[in-house]
Design a protein around this ligand. Sequence first.
Ligand code: URA
Length: 242
Amino acid sequence: MNRLDPRQRLAAAAASLRSCLEQHQAAGIQVLPAPTRAAAADAPDAARAGVDETGAAVDLGQLREILGECRRCRLWQGRTNIVYGVGNPDADVLFVGEGPGRDEDLQGEPFVGRAGQLLTDIITKGMKLQRNDVYIANVVKCRPPQNRDPEPDEVASCEPFLVRQIELVKPRVIVALGKFAAQTLVRSAAPISRLRGQWHDYHGIRLMPTFHPAYLLRNPADKRLVWEDIKSVLRELGTVAG
Ligand code: URA
């Protein structure tokens, strides 16, 4: 995570943008090309992880304003609503999913469909918390067409907003829901069956991957493994699991 204060980060981002634009101008380029998939995948960690305009946001509301009516990648074309994130801005636990589905796109809130109901049950019945005790966000904030996985350049455009949400909420624990969120945050290609159940480090924050609630709807027998993961989270928080 970037340790510079927001003003330093903004100044660094402005300086690097100015130098980049000067180089383009010197080369006679007047229209900036859209990032290619390869360029996005190859971008250094600092560029992917928030050394940009998101670092200027001092709270979640300001970050939402910076996000605006986002057109940073092509996903805006199919969206009804941006699905930014909901919950307690001081939450101890931050859940991260992949991206909005149809219900979330229509309502503008993460995890409100069938999978969302299961996540709500995990929070309320399993963890004995309210949905608004935790914070819930996604890797990408707009629904991918036909619920396909987000493309690397879409993740590269959107991830700085997730990084800044995490920096601002400062949760004690992140729970990555499913393969996509887990692999993105942990920077690993390992299958979710190997990643889950183990603690990972996300820039000093404990991160527990677990199965996605949508997967659990299709494979209810694996709910017991998610319960094991949630019990580890509760132990980490010092809460006794029932
Ligand atoms: N699946 C996700 O990963 N996120 C949502 O918000 C809804 C379904």
